[in-house]
Write a protein that binds this ligand. Structure first.
Ligand code: PHE
Ligand code: ZN
Length: 859
C-alpha cells in the first residue's frame, strides 16, 4: 500500500550488549553559519574477544576525515546511517572530523540553530546527527567539550558539567571548555550557544555543598524566570527530604528556548526547556502555567537520579526513567498543592488519552516490544501509565517499603544502564515479596476491566464482593494474563463512619468476604485511583450520591460525581446506560454539593465539571458524534437551569485578590472560572464575562473569561479576543492561548478561520508551539470541527500533515494521533478518516515517524 522504501522495526528481545565501549570522548565544535565543524576523539575499548567491526551511527553528516591512533585512516565503510571500522585493536583512539549544517536543521533534533542560538536535542537518537558515535544509552562515556564561536553573537557557550577553561581568539571568536565528571550516555549530551539574560541563585545541599543555579532566558525576560528558579529549589529540597537524593555537580543550568519539540530535556547539568515551561508572571501566565512550570522543572531535576545516574539499557526500557520520574513529579506536586486535585488531574490524563491509546492501533505495553521510530514511544502509556505502575508498587509496598526499594535500586545500579526488571527486582528484594506477577504490567498492553458484584447477607452481616478482572485484547496482543492489582476499598456506613482496605487482586475472579456490618455499607472502589483500570458495576443512584457527598476519599467523591454525569449522558445516546440516573439524581448532587458549604473550592470546581468528550468516548463501545455532543450539552442546560442562582451567588461570593500563586488563591480562581463557564450562557452571561475580562489583573481570570465566552458562544467573544490579540501581539507564548481558543471554537467556518490564524504574523510552521496551538488544538480538542460529517476536518489535517512532515516529522507524528483513532466512529467517518491515512501513506518521502503510526492504524 505504501510507496515508501520498507523500514524494519527493532525488537526488544533482540538486544545485544555493545561490542565496544567508548570510555572518553573529547568533542570540539566550531560553530559557524555556513558550516559547523565537529571534531570527536574517542577512546575505544573492545568488549570481550571478537572480531566484529565498530559500527558508529551517523545521519546527515559530512565526513571529512577519520584517524586511527593519530594516523589518517583510508579503509572504512560509509553509508547514510553508519561509519564502520574494521580490524580494530582492543584499545584505540579514533578521531573523526565531520561537518554539519545546524541552520537548515528544522527537525529540532541534533544540533540546530533557531532564534539566533545554537541548541542540541539528543534524546532519543539525535546524537548521531552531530557526530559518528555508538548512539545507544548503554554506552557510557566521560565528556570533554570545547566550543568555539563568535563572542559578540554568542557570549554564552554552555555544555554539561563544569567549566574548566576559556579564552579569546583574535578573529572575534572565543572558546569555552567543559568537562562532565559523570559517565553518561550520549542522549544526555547538550550544547547551547547564544546571548541570553541570566539569573543566578544558589542552593545549599543537605551535606552543605553550594550549587550555583543558572537560568538562561531570552533577553528582556529575566523577570519571568523567578518562578522557575523558586520551583527548582523546592524540587531540590523535596528530593533530599523524601528520597535522600542530593544534587551531584556544583552547577545546574536551565536554558529556555522558543523552538523545542517537547516540554523539556534533562541533559546532565544543562537542562533545555521549551520556554513555555519556564517563563511566567501573573500578567502572562495562568495558574495552570505556574503549575506546569513547577512540575516540569521538578521532573527534569528528578531525572538527575532517575534517568541520569541510573539510565536505561535500551530504549524499550524508557519507562524505567519516565514512569518513575513522572511518579516522582506527581508526588512532588501533590505535596506542593492539593493532593486530591492533583490526583484528579493525573487520572484525567489516563482516562482521556491513555485509554484512547490502548483502544487504538498504537496500543503498547509500558515497555514496548517493537519500535520503528523511538520518538513515537514518548507516549502517555510509557509516561503516565508507567507512573501508575510505579504508584501501584508504592501502594502495595507502602511508602516506607517503596523507599527501601529505591535505596536498594541506587545501591545496586548507580552509574549503570539497566532494565525495568532490575528496578522491580530491587523493589522485590528490599521487601521480601514476590513481584513476578506484578511484572505482567510491563509486558501487557490494554486497559483492564474490573466487573464487580456486591452481595449482603443481612442475617450474618456479611458483605461479599465478587471481582472479575479481564483485559480486553488489544491490536498488538491477542492473549492477556491476569494482573496483580491493588484495589482500595472504602466501606461507608449510614452514620457517616468509614473504613478502608486494600485488596490485592491476583486472579481472574476473586471473592472478598467481610463480616461485622449491621446494615449493608456503601462500597466505594478504586479510591485514589489505586490502579489504571476501568470499573464496571451496577450502583444505584442513591449509592453514587452517598459516595459523591460523603466518601472520605476526595478522588472517590469526584469519581462518583463523574459517573453520575457520564451515565446520564450515555443514557441519552444509543449506547445507553444500565444505571438509573435521572434528572433528579443530577439536581440532588448539585444541591448536595452547593449547600454543603464545601471547604475545598478546587475539589468543588472539579465536581461540578462534566467529563470531557474524550473521557466519555472511552466509556462506551461506539462514539456517536452528534448524539454524544448534544447529550452532553443537554446535561449542561439541565445543570444551568437548576443551579443558576446558586452558581451566581457563589461566583459573587468569591473575592478577587491581588494575584499570588498560592494553593488557596488557585482554588478560588478555579472555582470562579468553572462557575463562569456555566453562567456565561445565561442572560447575565455576557455582562459578567466582559466584566471579569476587563477587571482581571491576571492571566488566569482573563483566560477564564475568554474560555467561558467561547464555550457559551457569547456575542462578546470576538471583541474580547481582538482586544486580547492587540495586547499580546508581540508575545508569542501568550498568543498561543489565543490561537488555541480560536482553533478549538465550534463554528461552521472553522477551516477558513484556521487558514486566517496561520496567516497571522506570529504564526510559524517551524515552531512546534505555534503548530500545536493551532493545528493540534483543532485536531485534539475541536471534536465537532475535526469530526465534521463531510470529512473536511480530516482532510484539512491530512493535508497539513503532508506539509509539516517535511519540516518536522516528530511534531507531525504527534498530531496525526487523532486521525488514527477511528476505531469507535461510525462507518462513514471511518471511511473518510482512512482515506486520509491512505493519502498520507501514498507519499514516498513520508517520515518513519508518521509512517509507523499511519501504517499501524490501517492494519
Ligand atoms: N526526556 C524528556 C523528559 O521526559 C522528554 C524528551 C524526550 C525531550 C525526547 C526531548 C526529546 O523530560
Ligand atoms: Zn522525563
Amino acid at each position: 500500500m505504501s510507496n515508501k522504501t520498507p523500514v524494519t522495526a527493532k525488537r526488544r528481545l533482540d538486544y545485544q550488549p555493545p561490542a565496544y565501549q567508548i570510555h572518553d570522548i573529547e568533542l570540539s565544535f566550531n560553530l559557524d553559519d555556513e558550516v559547523t565543524k565537529v571534531k570527536s576523539l574517542l577512546h575505544v575499548f573492545k568488549q570481550g574477544d571478537h572480531d566484529q567491526p565498530l559500527k558508529l551511527d551517523g545521519e546527515n553528516l559530512t565526513l571529512i576525515e577519520v584517524k586511527l591512533n593519530g594516523k589518517s585512516l583510508q579503509q572504512y565503510e560509509l553509508t547514510d546511517e553508519a561509519l564502520t571500522l574494521s580490524n580494530l585493536p582492543d584499545e584505540c583512539f579514533i578521531e573523526i572530523y565531520t561537518e554539519i549544517d545546524p541552520a537548515s536543521n528544522k527537525t529540532l533534533e541534533g544540533l540546530y540553530k533557531a532564534s539566533g542560538s545554537y541548541c542540541t536535542q539528543c534524546e532519543a537518537e539525535g546524537f548521531r546527527k552531530i557526530t559518528y558515535f555508538l548512539d545507544r544509552p548503554d554506552v557510557l562515556s566521560k565528556y570533554t567539550v570545547t566550543i568555539y564561536a563568535d563572542k559578540k553573537r554568542y557570549p554564552y557557550l554552555l555544555s554539561n558539567g563544569n567549566k574548566i577553561d576559556s579564552g579569546d581568539l583574535e578573529d572575534g571568536k572565543h572558546w569555552v571548555k567543559w568537562q562532565d565528571p559523570f559517565f553518561k550516555p550520549c542522549y544526555l549530551f547538550a550544547l547551547v550557544a547564544g546571548d541570553f539574560d541570566k539569573l543566578t541563585q544558589s542552593f545549599t545541599t543537605s551535606s552543605g555543598r553550594k550549587v550555583a543555579l543558572e537560568l538562561y532566558v531570552d533577553k528582556g525576560m529575566a523577570h519571568r524566570g523567578e518562578h522557575a528558579l523558586a520551583s527548582l529549589k523546592k524540587a531540590m529540597k523535596w528530593d533530599e527530604v523524601v528520597f535522600d537524593l542530593e544534587y551531584d555537580l556544583d552547577i545546574y543550568m536551565v536554558v529556555a528556548v522558543d523552538f523545542f519539540n517537547m516540554g523539556a530535556m534533562e541533559n546532565k547539568g544543562l537542562n533545555v526547556f521549551n520556554s513555555k515551561y519556564v517563563l511566567a508572571d501573573s500578567q502572562t501566565a495562568t495558574d495552570e502555567d505556574y503549575f506546569n512550570i513547577e512540575s516540569v522543572i521538578a521532573h527534569e531535576y528528578f531525572h538527575n537520579w532517575t534517568g541520569n545516574r541510573v539510565t536505561c539499557r535500551d530504549w524499550f526500557q524508557l519507562s524505567l526513567k519516565e514512569g518513575l520520574t513522572v511518579f516522582r513529579d506527581q508526588q512532588f506536586s501533590a505535596d506542593m498543592g492539593s493532593p486530591v486535585v492533583n490526583r484528579i488531574k493525573n487520572v484525567k490524563v489516563i482516562r482521556e488519552h491513555q485509554f484512547a491509546e490502548d483502544a487504538s492501533a498504537m496500543a503498547h505495553p509500558i515497555r514496548p516490544d517493537e519500535v520503528i521510530e523511538m520518538n513515537n514511544f514518548y507516549t502517555v502509556t510509557v509516561y503516565d501509565k508507567g507512573a501508575e505502575v510505579i504508584r501501584m508498587l508504592h501502594t502495595l509496598l507502602t511508602p516506607a517499603g517503596f523507599k527501601r526499594g529505591i535505596d536498594l535500586y541506587f545501591k545496586r545500579h548507580d552509574g549503570q544502564a539497566v532494565t525495568c526488571d532490575d528496578f522491580v527486582n530491587a523493589m522485590q528484594d528490599a521487601n521480601s515479596i514476590n513481584l513476578d506477577q506484578f511484572k505482567v504490567w510491563y509486558e501487557q498492553s490494554g486497559t483492564p476491566e474490573l466487573t464487580v458484584e456486591q452481595d449482603f447477607a443481612a442475617d450474618t452481616g456479611t458483605l461479599t464482593l465478587t471481582i472479575q478482572q479481564h483485559t480486553p485484547v488489544t491490536l498488538d496482543q491477542s492473549q492477556k494474563k491476569p494482573l496483580y492489582i491493588p484495589v482500595r476499598v472504602e466501606y461507608l456506613a449510614n452514620d457517616g463512619s468509614s473504613t478502608t482496605d486494600i485488596i490485592h487482586l491476583t486472579q481472574s475472579q476473586q471473592k472478598l468476604v467481610r463480616d461485622g456490618f449491621d446494615v449493608e455499607p456503601t462500597v466505594a472502589l478504586l479510591g485514589d485511583f489505586s490502579a489504571p483500570v476501568k470499573v464496571i458495576r451496577t450502583l444505584s443512584a442513591e449509592s453514587l450520591l452517598t459516595i459523591a457527598l460523603h466518601s472520605n476519599d476526595g478522588f472517590s467523591r469526584w469519581d462518583a460525581a463523574q459517573t453520575i454525569y457520564s451515565q446520564f449522558i450515555h443514557s441519552l445516546t444509543p449506547n445507553g446506560s444500565t444505571l438509573a440516573i435521572t434528572q433528579e439524581t443530577i439536581t440532588a448532587l448539585l444541591d448536595g454539593l452547593l449547600e454543603s458549604a464545601m471547604e475545598d473550592q478546587a475539589l468543588l470546581a472539579e465536581m461540578i465539571t462534566l467529563p470531557s468528550v474524550e473521557t466519555l468516548v472511552q466509556q462506551v463501545p461506539k462514539y456517536y458524534v452528534e448524539s454524544l455532543h448534544s447529550a452532553r450539552e443537554k446535561l449542561e442546560r439541565i445543570i444551568i437551569s437548576h443551579a443558576q442562582p446558586m452558581f451566581e451567588k457563589q461566583y459573587h461570593g468569591l473575592a478577587f485578590t491581588n494575584y499570588d500563586y498560592t494553593p488557596s488563591q488557585t482554588a478560588t480562581r478555579k472555582l470562579r472560572n468553572q462557575l463562569l463557564m456555566y453562567i456565561a450562557s445565561t442572560e447575565q452571561g455576557e455582562e459578567l464575562v466582559t466584566q471579569q475580562f476587563m477587571q482581571s489583573d491576571n492571566m488566569t481570570d482573563t483566560l477564564g473569561a475568554l474560555k467561558a465566552a467561547q464555550h457559551a458562544k457569547c456575542k462578546c467573544f470576538d471583541k474580547l479576543m481582538s482586544q486580547f490579540e492587540e495586547t499580546w501581539r508581540a508575545d508569542p507564548i501568550v498568543l498561543d492561548k489565543w490561537f488555541a481558543l480560536h482553533a478549538s471554537r465550534q463554528s461552521e467556518d472553522i477551516l477558513s478561520r484556521l487558514d486566517l490564524l496561520m496567516g497571522h504574523q506570529q504564526f510559524n510552521h517551524e515552531n512546534p508551539n505555534r503548530v500545536r496551538s493551532v493545528i493540534g488544538s483543532f485536531a485534539f480538542f475541536n471534536s465537532t470541527g475535526f469530526h465534521a460529517k463531510d470529512g473536511s476536518g480530516y482532510r484539512y489535517i491530512g493535508q497539513y500533515l503532508q506539509k509539516l512532515d517535511k519540516i518536522n516529522p516528530q511534531v507531525a507524528s504527534r498530531i496525526v494521533t487523532p486521525l488514527t483513532q477511528w476505531q469507535k466512529l461510525d462507518e462513514e467517518r471511518i471511511v473518510k478518516m482512512k482515506a486520509e491515512l491512505v493519502r498520507l501513506l501514498d507519499n514516498k518521502d513520508l517520515s518513519n515517524d508518521v509512517y509507523e503510526k499511519v501504517s499501524k492504524s490501517l492494519g
